[in-house]
Every structure is written in C-alpha cells, then in structure tokens.
Design a protein around this ligand. Sequence first.
Ligand code: ADP
Ligand code: MG
Length: 695
Amino acid sequence: MKNVTDYFGMNVFNDAKMQERLPKPIYKALRKTIENGDALDITIANVVAHAMKDWAIEMGCTHYTHWFQPMTGVTAEKHDSFISPKGDKVIMEFSGKELIKGEPDASSFPSGGIRATFEARGYTTWDPTSPAFVRDKTLYIPTAFCSYTGEVLDKKTPLLRSMERLSTEAVKVLHLLGKTDVKRVTTTVGPEQEYFLIDKEMYDKRPDLIYTGRTLFGAMAPKGQELDDHYFGSIKSRVSAYMHDLDEELWKLGVFAKTKHNEVAPSQHELAPVFTTSNIATDHNELCMEVMKKTAEKHGLVCLLHEKPFAGVNGSGKHNNWSISTDTGENLLNPTKHPEDNLQFQLFLSAVVKAVDEYQDLLRITVASAGNDHRLGANEAPPAIISMYLGDDLGALVESIIEGKDYKSHKAARMETGVEALPDFKKDNSDRNRTSPFAFTGNKFEFRALGSSLNIACPNYMLNTMVAEQLKQFYDELKDASDVESAVKGLIKKALTEHNRIIFNGDNYSEEWVQEAEKRGLCNYKSLPDAMEHYIDKKNVDLFASNGIVTEEEMHARYEIELEQYSKLLNIEALSMLDMAKKDIAPAVISFVKELSEGVAVKKKISYKLSTYAEEKTLESLSKKLENFSKKTNELEEALAETDKYTDNLSLAKYYRNTVFSIMGELREIGDSMEKETSSEYWPYPSYGKILFGV
Ligand code: ADP
Ligand code: MG
C-alpha cells in the first residue's frame, strides 16, 4: 500500500463501489436519492443493504452500527452483529429495514424534557447522502436521530433540512435571474481543525486533563509562544509520524485531509481538509476528531481537542470555510473578474450580509460553549462581537453601491520579489485580516469563532437557514417585478445600506472596536449563559420554525440542554479542582513547608550562625499562600453548596459563570503561585514546561 490514489477511500462504500456492486437500476435510483433527495423505496434499500453487507464482510466486519450525532456533542453508536441463527449455526444477514431504521434506547440522551421517559424510544434513519464506512471491523452507517414522537434529537437532521431550504430558495432566485438550468444548490464547507498533542505519560498524571480536557491549575512555563517559533515551524519527528499515520487513516476513510502544520502554541497543530458538501464535511470532521484521538493512542500521545487546555498560550478553534455552489458548477460567492457588473454575486453577497446582521446573535450562540468562553474575546480568537470583513475590494464595491458612486477596483497588485530568479505573481486580493470572526476569503466566507471541539453541524445549519430566509424574502420582493434588473439593483442597495453596520474592516481585537460596536448596536455576549438567553428570542424561533428546521418546542429543548450541559461541565471542573487542591496540592505544599521548617531547625541546632534566610523567606511566603489557598478552597466548596437554590437552568448557568467560575479563577491563581515556589520534587503534577515542550 504505497500509493495514496490506490488506497484512498478503501474503507468507504463509495460511489465507485456502489456502481460496481449494485444492479444498474438500483444504483441509478440511489443516485437520485443522493443527488435530488428523492424518497427511497424499501425494495431498493434491501438490495443496497445486501451489497453493503457483502462488502463489509469482505472487509472483515462482524458488526454494523447506526452512527449518529445526538445533542451530547459527541457521536454515538450501538453495534449489532450481522449474525442470525439457523439451527445451531449462523448466517450473516442485513436487511433494508435494518439499514434504514435503528431503534437505540433514547432515554439516556439529552432531550431537554421533550419526551417522558416511558416514550424514550428513539429512531435512527439512514442518511444515504453520506457514505457508509468501515472502522474496527464494523460497518458504520451515518444516520439521523429523532424521538418516537418525531422530534429532532440530533444535529444532522436540522443540517440536512437547512441545506434543502437553501437550495430551494437559491434555485428560485437563480431562475428569476435567468439561470434556469440550475436544479440544485449545495453549501460547501472546509473546516480547519486545531488540536494539541501531548505525551500520554504526562496526561495520565493530570486529573484535570483526564476529567475536563483542560488544565485547571498550572503555572506558566518560562517560555510560551512569544517567539512565534512554533507557528509553521519544522515538525518534530514524533509528531510527523503521528501526522502521517493520521493522514493515512483519514484517506482510507475517504476524508480529503490536505494541509497540516504547527500552530501558534507549543504542542499545537492544525489539519485542514479540502472542502466538500456541508453534510459530508460535518461527518468527516466528527470522524477526523475521533481518528485524531485514536491515532494518538498508537503513538503514546494524547490529542486534546478542548478549546483552552492551557492558560497563557493560545487555545484551539476551528475555521468554518463556507460557500454555496450550483449543480452546474458555479460558486455563487465567486466575485468573478468584475463584481461591479455581477448582479448575481452582489445579490448573494447582500443576502449573506443581511443574514449575518439580522442573526448575529445566533452566530454568536452557535459557537458558545464552556470551552470557547475562554477564547472569544481574548487576543487569540475573534471577539464575542460578530462582524464581517469584506476586504478592500469588496469593501469599496459595497461603498460604491451604497453611495451610488463609480467603483474603482484595487487591481490585484503584483508581488515583486526583487530577485531575478524568483517568479513574480499576483497578490491575493482577499482577506489577510485574521482578527475578523466572519471574513470573506476570495470565494467563500470563513467563520472563525468556532471552538475546536464543536460539531460543525450547528453553525452550518444556522448559516444555511438564515441565508435561505433572506433569499426567500428577496424572491418574494422580486418575483412580480416588471424590470427584474432594476428591482435587483434596488434590493441590493437597500440591503447593503441597512446592514452596513455589520461590516468592519479594522482590528477586531482592539478596545476601540468594542466601543464602536456598541455604538453600532451590535451584540456582545461574553459567555454562554449571556448568549444562550437570546436563542429563544421570538425572531429566532420564527426563523427556524417558519423554515421548518426545528420547532419552537425543539428549540426550547435545545436551550435547556445547552444550559444544563454548561452547568454540569463547570460543576465537574469545580469538583476536580477541589479534589486536586485538597488531595494533592495542599498536602504537597504542606510537606515541602515541613521539610523547610525541619531544615531550619536542624541548621539552628548546628550553629546559630548558619544562615536560614532562603528557607525562611520561602517558608513565610508559602505559609501565607497556603492559608489563602485553604480559605479559597472552602469558599469554592460553599459556593457549590449554594447551587441547589437555583431551579431554572438559565439562572443556574449564570450562577456557575458569575460566582463559581470566578472563585475557581482565584483559587487557581494562588495554586499557580505556590507551584512557582515549591520544589518540583514535591509538586504533584507535571509542569506546563514538561507537558508543552515534552513531545
Ligand atoms: P487559511 O489557513 O488561509 O485560512 P487554508 O487553505 O488552510 O486557509 O484553508 C482553507 C479551507 O477552505 C480549506 O479547507 C479549503 O478546502 C476550504 N475552501 C476552499 N474553497 C471553498 C469553498 N468554495 N467552500 C468551502 N470551503 C472552501
Ligand atoms: Mg483559516
């Protein structure tokens, strides 16, 4: 197995295998379902199931599983074997019904109170648009997940629905503009994934990493990322071996893993695939995160996907590159050579601008998580304020449209290297403003506020739905116009004028922007509870309900689930801190203090002339800190005892954020300053230095 082209997709029941293994009419019917969303007949499913099973068995499989994405934020699977008893023997069977429908017990998945437990049956339904694959001797079938009573319980269903919605509305608009050959429009996504890679031995010694995925204590090492020497730095051999293995695994699974490099923080890296449809990109990103973790195990490493595993260095995020293209092969967000004459591009651009402005709160909400709260607003990730960057060229175009002036293109400048032997080339006109949360980058938008562990289905179904809604409104306004061209121009001008406030080309990390954004009336929700509160605002409920993505009831369920998860996570973090503080850190410092005191006593016995200055200095400082540490530990314990008082999820989440989380920060500060003074022989955990520079 040397050639990537030979083994790429070998573990996937992909198009080539379907074509090879299915009778022609069956293959054609299945393609129709995949391409146009046509309903699938059970007789066809039976034949597909049979072929899938035969292939899976040839690949060494004994089991199959419906693979789904419940609201827990991680994927779920329940394995069934293919065996079916025949007398005292077995045969291997797999029916169309088993392919189409699964019935995992749904009672233990978060439902936000939608179902009474006695109705806890859930159904998984085959998603034929995302190919089945083989892992660990098991056939994985991507599925959607809903409750017995039909409510959506997962992240995939709303995504699929939103893709349909956007397609329907975009096609209507395109037909109005004369593109009548377009039958379908798809959204595409390329998610760049950041991660940390640390030594397994170090990891095993850190209960905080084990329980919460991030370090709850840990003094900064003498060196961090200030030299920028890790970013794009040469990749160490151990990491490189891991990355090779990872690429190979992903390629076998049909994932278009493309780019890899070292990121800003020590031990931090990134992987980016080539983009594909939103649905497959989502499944592939989930798969990618799992394979990243599994592959690390083989190399004695641990892959951390938490948004902020280490304080003091950058955390990890995900960049969601998003665009819309037609089945005729046109990217609708491609400005082309002359965007000033391209009304179609301008119209789609306006739809996105209007959508992002009207639903900026939703975009903020969709990236809110306990982990991401550590990043947004710090100088490493975009702020909690959503705005858009269009770049010089498009910025000037929008300005000219609003002001009714002529547009002067910033002609793509040539990059002159000044060295005869090096070729000159055209400079990229699009964004190099890395501080914007939502930037236009050539022919796509890059949503940069996502946390590294997020399931990208959510931001994408929100994006798709909010843009579909704008296109629907545009269509309604344009459909009866006698002069479509001038109506389109009027509409573009109106939309850009009214929503210009969301466009910001400056430094998003600056304090001035925070003030400016407030003047513009943009939202600035600093934490998950602050943001989540607005999820169920009427305009947001109306958006999803009227577009048939999720119902009001399902939104309320999602709202409860998110808030509840948040409080639970913070509770686990607080309990882990208490455990570490009481069982490891305080005893370690007490022992060290004891040794110092005994040292002083011994010296004094030998001769009163011996200096005990160093010991006493440290003793004095650590004793004081130990006292404060102990008091803070009690305070945290007392704060946790108060949580019973809160009966609704929102006020409980706010209490965790405003009170518990603050005390945790204070406790950590004292702990970290003790670490700096305590002998490393005594300190119970590997230091940041050992972890971050160890691999
Ligand atoms: P950068 O690091 O400069 O942000 P990368 O080249 O690492 O950019 O990543 C860009 C990502 O955008 C890749 O995953 C790429 O496949 C994706 N991308 C490119 N074109 C599109 C498109 N039309 N739709 C969605 N994603 C796209
Ligand atoms: Mg990027």
